[in-house]
Ligand binder design. Sequence first.
Ligand SMILES: [Zn+2]
Length: 119
Amino acid sequence: MNELQDDQIEELREDLLALREQLEKLLQSTQESSRPVDLNEPIGRVTRIDAIQQQSMAQAGRRAQELQLSRVKAALAAMASGDYGLCRRCEEPIAYTRLKVSPESPFCVDCQGNIEKLK
Ligand SMILES: [Zn+2]
């Protein structure tokens, strides 16, 4: 099968490290805006609904970023133990082209498709 070459792994490691830094910065910068809306704050009703909506969007974004960050960390850990690039579900190698797009993917295209169908 398409096992990853050493130089490909090295490249993906750099991608993962850059991604981790980017996500950590992003999560830090959005920390402030996802604070719970203070319902006692004397702002208008419309403004409050707006604030709550914006906040829930910010929170959903943060959750996605946190999930991605934990995948990035898991991928780096897998790299350290030498089993990076294998699908967590079927244990087949994940295509390099897929990892190049999202180096933190824990699953191959087929398994990802199956998992999404189950949702
Ligand atoms: Zn798979």
